[in-house]
Design a protein around this ligand. Structure first.
Ligand code: ADP
Ligand code: MG
Length: 678
């Protein structure tokens, strides 16, 4: 059997099964092998019949006694087979599967997995999975993610078969020195032992090797992509470096050292003739906007245009205002490409951009649409970038004549992780907040406190200070979300009729949202009920209370973002988390929020408590999905793989050496992307 043969050529794979497997991305025999176990049963710990646990899945070895029998009660037929070991016996029962009667050989040992249940007063194992226990019994049994009703038995058999018939065929892709330096076992050995390890030790070796390989390929792909982004393209060379300082002097505050350092790093990129692709990480309120402005100003003084792209209209509008405030007095024409423009307004703005009259362009995705033709684009900045993936970044750099790209994110993550999720970018950190920031008091409470909190909010409204209330987002359903926000607002309006209460949600038109936000910013609204649409970057210094309903449903990084909407003015601010979660983890997570105000600490704790999850998941960032590695738990291996990938590219920057041929194929297959032209 050839590893590349189609699964339809494998035994026991009919059209139906092939279809199911295909839908999982399993096309060839080799793909079958990368359906890795989800966990393992250690048979040295298998329980005996007398120790079976009621109402739980049990895995145990037992022999079959006598013939099975089919029993009919009304229109149900069930099949009963007696199982025994040296400690006792139990019936296994199947419903409406008369053929089960003949499925077993007497006095032969099978491995059973099934739930122990009490039915009609008698204990039984209900419809267990079973498999003949071979004589050369492995101690550790793989348990596969069971998808599309393909049973464990089928998976084990299928994978066992492929492993057997393709023994030794997997070509080693890791260079020998890498394996030696990082103590990694050989590929075929790893594949056999990840599925059917003979010992714990072998399993650990196998897993370590496969996790390493996965991270290594991912990182190599990212580094190669970074090379492609930079190589062969002439970056615009920026001159007049004193303009950066000139701008700093125009700011109403002194930049922090962290801001200055990041400016230096960016400057280094932009004077060298390379195309900049840089990520700036900085906690909420660390002053990323000022950094962006300084660089945009410099770019414009060099005779180029600068664009700023943000994920929401509300945010675009707000940035537009702050940019206008700084730039217009300096004679820099600033425009907003917003969804609420009339056709005529839009045409005029597009003309101004094309003729080079407009120097600073702000907007949402609208900025990179085809119909936007720039006169001379020198810099693209994206703010709050976690909503743009690798591919979109690629599209950015293709606009105009290789503009420099600056990506800003307020979700601080550990560097190792950033290297994977933003591996195509260089990384800078603003790791210091401007002086004089007041700590935001954060408390987590149960819903029984709600009325008291409302009173607290009213008291502040009486003093002329404003509040946000965040309703939980409802996954993938903007309509239900809207209803939740509307009914919450209505109820609150009835309770607090003398206060000005409004709401924003994702289903509102851009223009409506904008209007509400403007009213709120002007102080004409006391309480703003909202979904997370206000999460990113909104700046209303007079808002001092942030109340978050169902706080347990949010990621900690997200709560931290939301909390960052208050504490922006001179007044003391509060963040109140209503926790309806009863679990220990929910309490721990709320605890992290009340104790820490450091975005890095918070995101690390979130990772620890929840695992990489959706937000930190690779898929979210447009990267290939991980099959075996875990971004958090396998951090140590990830670091090694990153180091190895860098070392390798130092030796062979384009993987051209014949000994890297196989590796190159693997990387390309993993990424399958036109962006990766090695
Ligand atoms: P973020 O990094 O969250 O985008 P912003 O850029 O919105 O933060 O900055 C938050 C606030 O801090 C703004 O009001 C800004 O004017 C102010 N700010 C930025 N840098 C400084 C500084 N060095 N000193 C004092 N205030 C600053
Ligand atoms: Mg910001």
């Amino acid at each position: 059997m050839n590893l590349h043969c189609s699964i339809t050529e494998l035994p026991n794979i009919g059209e139906q099964r092939a279809k199911k497997l295909n839908s999982l991305g399993i096309i060839t025999a080799e793909d079958v092998l990368t359906h890795f176990p989800r966990e393992y049963d250690d048979r040295s710990n298998l329980c005996k019949i007398k120790d079976l646990v009621l109402n739980e899945e049990n895995t145990f070895l037992a022999k079959v006694r006598g013939q099975g029998e089919n029993i009919r009660i009304k229109n149900i037929v069930f099949t009963r087979v007696k199982l025994y070991d040296e400690t006792g016996s139990i019936f296994a029962v199947w419903y409406n599967q008369m053929y089960m009667k003949k499925a077993f050989e007497e006095r032969t040992t099978y491995l059973f997995t099934g739930k122990l249940q009490k039915k009609y007063g008698k204990l039984e194992i209900s419809s267990p999975e079973y498999e003949k226990a071979e004589t050369a019994l492995n101690q550790i049994v793989p348990i596969y993610p069971s998808v599309h009703g393909l049973s464990q038995k089928i998976w084990r058999k299928l994978i066992g078969e492929v492993l057997n018939q393709t023994k030794g065929q997997l070509k080693e892709d890791l260079p020998f020195w890498v394996r030696k330096q990082y103590f990694l076992c050989e590929r075929n050995f790893a594949m056999e032992n990840i599925h059917f390890p003979e010992t714990q030790e072998r399993f650990f070796q196998a897993r370590r090797r496969l996790v390493f390989e996965e991270f290594f390929l991912l990182q190599l792909g990212l580094l190669l992509m970074k090379q492609t982004l930079q190589e062969g393209k002439k970056g615009i060379i920026m001159k007049k470096q004193n303009k950066i300082v000139e701008f700093q002097n125009k700011l109403p505050f002194t930049m922090t050292n962290a801001q200055k350092n990041v400016l230096l790093e960016i400057k280094e990129d932009m004077i060298k003739g390379k195309v900049m692709n840089r990520l700036v990480q900085g906690d909420v309120g660390s002053g990323k906007t000022a950094v962006a402005m300084a660089i945009a100003y410099w770019t414009i003084q060099n005779g180029y245009q600068a664009a700023l792209m943000v994920p929401t209209e509300v945010l675009a509008e707000q940035h537009y205002q702050s940019f206008c405030e700084m730039f217009e007095p300096l004679g820099i024409k600033t425009v907003l490409l917003s969804g609420s423009l009339t056709a005529k307004q839009k045409r005029i703005i597009l003309e101004e951009i094309a003729e080079g009259k407009a120097k600073m362009i702000l907007g949402t995705h609208a900025v990179i649409q085809k119909n936007v033709v720039f006169y001379k684009l020198g810099l693209v900045i994206t703010d709050e970038q976690h909503r743009f993936g690798v591919r979109q970044r690629g599209a950015l750099s293709e606009k105009g004549n290789n503009p420099h790209v600056l990506v800003m994110t307020a979700t601080p993550i550990p560097r190792t992780l950033a290297l994977i999720l933003y591996g195509d970018l260089d990384i800078s950190m603003i790791d210091e907040l401007p002086p004089g920031r007041k700590k935001i008091d954060t408390l987590a409470v149960t819903p029984s406190y709600r009325e008291r909190i409302y009173n607290f909010i009213k008291k502040y409204a009486d003093m002329g200070l404003q509040s946000y209330i965040i309703c939980p987002m409802i996954e993938e359903n903007e309509k239900m979300e809207m209803q939740a926000v509307l009914s919450y607002t209505e109820a609150l309006q009835q309770k607090a009729a003398e206060y000005r209460i409004s709401c924003v949600h994702g289903k509102m038109k851009a223009k409506e949202k904008q209007q509400v936000m403007e009213e709120f910013a002007k102080g004409n609204i006391d309480i703003l009920v909202s979904t997370t649409v206000i999460e990113v970057g909104i700046n209303v210094p007079n808002a001092v209370i942030m109340l978050i309903e169902n706080a347990e449903r949010f990621g900690l990084a997200q709560l931290h973002q939301l909390r960052g909407r208050v504490g922006r003015g001179s007044e003391k601010s509060y963040c109140i988390l209503i926790n309806e979660g009863k679990s220990k983890v929910a309490k721990q997570r709320m605890n992290v929020m009340t104790k820490s105000s450091d975005g890095f600490v918070i995101s690390e704790m979130d990772l620890k408590l929840r695992g990489p999850g959706e937000f930190f998941g690779t898929k979210q960032h447009g990267l290939p999905e991980l099959k075996i590695g875990n971004l958090y738990k396998d951090m140590a291996i990830l670091k090694e793989a990153q180091k190895a990938a860098q070392e390798l590219l130092q030796k062979d920057s384009h993987l051209e050496l014949p000994e890297h041929e196989q590796l190159k194929q693997q990387v390309t297959a993993l990424w399958q992307s036109e962006q990766l032209s090695i």
